[in-house]
Design a protein around this ligand. Structure first.
Ligand code: 9YT
Length: 127
């Protein structure tokens, strides 16, 4: 069994900070369970273009408010605590935080470590 606490990850190599989000990676590919799990803060007042072409992502909001806008259809969905969205069709989207939003993010295939978005908003495929 794997047992971890967020406090053990904060400020370490597993804590990836960008201009618009900060991702604390709790579980990664090396852990060998087929997905990764991140405790992520989307920063208040930011918007991020994201397109996970190589991954599925499930995102469960546990704090804060914002919205997701699907770029192809133009649909917008409000995000509040308790809302789940799953990018099961690799949807390209804008993610906006009105407040800081705390999200539990699960990736399949798993992230390997310190991925940040490339110019297309994607993570490169994990080896
Ligand atoms: C919700 C979302 O996609 N945020 C961007 C960061 C990413 N999910 C991560 O690596 O935690």
């Amino acid at each position: 069994m794997i047992v971890r606490h967020l406090n053990e990850r904060i400020g370490t190599e597993y804590d990836v900070n960008t201009d618009t989000w900060r991702s604390r990676r709790l579980l990664l590919k090396d852990d060998g369970v087929g997905f990764s799990l991140h405790d992520t803060i989307i920063k208040a007042g930011t918007e991020t273009m994201i397109w996970y072409k190589h991954h599925y992502e499930a995102v469960y909001c546990i704090e804060g408010e914002g919205e997701i806008e699907l770029i192809e259809s133009g649909e917008k969905f409000p995000i509040t605590a308790g809302m789940l969205y799953v990018l099961n069709n690799h949807e390209k989207h804008w993610l906006r935080g009105s407040t800081d939003m705390r999200m539990v993010c699960i990736f399949n295939p798993p992230c390997t470590g310190r991925e940040v978005h490339n110019s297309e908003g994607a993570y490169e495929v994990s080896e």
